[in-house]
Design a protein around this ligand. Structure first.
Ligand code: FDA
Length: 310
């Protein structure tokens, strides 16, 4: 983690800075590089272009940490809308959705988990009717147990629901073992939040080592691993582990974020790998973008420039 990463992650949770930045003219430049648009139309169009190029997609309606029930309801409605539109356009074989439970009520002070579970069921049902799946994003470590608990409940009726595990957490290798069963879709990422030493590895090297241990568990297990990283070394290691464990292409997939290393996404498709790109959309791009800047602070100059020029 670079010197600037931690302050940027702290800012990603700041309402005051969010209000300030969100009113500024950042319609172009760095925001658009990571978020193709604010509307359902724009994300369906961006999805169609990826799918045309042989890349699968998972769509994230931006928003998190809501303490407002009406906002949680609106997020569910947005997912139902996008699922219908993907289905109308015949895209659901290659497109699914990713959902943050904190955007659909998990953080509400009363009955938060119950509300999030009900909402998640509604989205899973709509996804199944449209012929596709849902993956539950993973947020900061204070929500991990709750999210995995909700996942367990959901999988009783919707076993196709995907999980996300973060290699930076000490617990994750063990969570991988628990979730590496047949039919279990697990996205492995490094983790994007500012986590304390008590629960998370702090050095890049330790996170990478944990990622490789988790890859071994997932690729050697019975589930469907979704390898979410842009890291060239980890992609190479994952490819050789996949052959070592006798994994056929299509029995796992690589995942990357929209706008990051698109040439590598195409290269992997060309050599026959299954690739999916995570496409966020909507007006609530602030927290997402700050996490991307924390990962690559050299992009901060582009961001600051786009704040002052339209
Ligand atoms: P890292 O950021 O350490 O970069 C490693 C190397 O990758 C760099 O040295 C460089 O070579 C290359 N690279 C990285 N970014 C680049 C860029 N912008 N341009 C060019 N090269 C670049 N997190 C979370 O906590 N919960 C979640 O639910 C998810 N979901 C999720 C879905 C998907 C599909 C992805 C790809 C990622 C997530 N994440 C996430 C985010 C994840 O935890 C992590 O923060 C980012 O993927 C960045 O980590 P990398 O593995 O790319 O490595």
């Amino acid at each position: 983690m670079s010197l600037l990463s931690r302050p940027l992650l702290v800012l990603s949770r700041s309402d005051a800075v969010k209000r300030l930045v969100s009113t500024m003219p950042v319609g172009a430049g760095i925001v658009r590089r990571h978020v193709p648009g604010e509307t359902t139309d724009s994300v369906v169009e961006a999805s169609a272009a990826e799918i045309e190029a042989g890349v699968r997609v998972t769509l994230d309606f931006l928003g998190e940490d809501t303490l407002d029930e009406a906002q949680a309801d609106a997020t569910v409605a947005a997912y139902l809308d996008v699922l219908k539109r993907l289905s109308d356009h015949g895209l659901t074989r290659m497109a699914e959705v990713s959902v943050k439970l904190s955007a659909i009520g998990q953080a509400l002070p009363e009955r938060g988990e119950e509300i999030a579970l009900e909402h998640a069921r509604t989205i899973c049902r709509a996804a199944r009717n449209a012929g596709t799946t849902v993956t539950l994003d993973m947020e900061d470590h204070t929500t991990t147990d709750s999210t995995l608990g909700i996942l367990r409940e959901l999988r009783k009726d919707f076993p196709e629901t995907g999980a996300v595990l973060q290699a930076y957490l000490h617990r994750t290798e063990s969570d991988c073992r628990t979730l590496a069963y047949e039919g279990s879709r697990v996205r492995l990422c490094k983790g994007a939040y500012d986590e304390p030493e008590s629960v998370a590895f702090q050095s890049d090297l330790d996170v990478d080592r944990s990622y490789v241990r988790c890859l071994k568990v997932l690729l050697g297990g019975q589930g469907y691993p979704m390898i979410a990283t842009h890291d060239p070394r980890l992609i190479e290691i994952a490819s050789s582990l996949a052959s070592r464990y006798g994994r056929e292409r299509g029995s796992y997939e690589f995942q990357m974020l929209y706008g990051i290393r698109p040439e590598e996404q195409r290269r992997l498709v060309e050599i026959g790998e299954r690739v999916r790109v995570y496409i966020p959309y909507g007006t609530e791009w602030y927290g997402y973008l700050m996490r991307r800047l924390a990962e690559r602070p050299q992009n901060l100059t582009f961001f600051l420039r786009s704040l002052v020029s339209k």
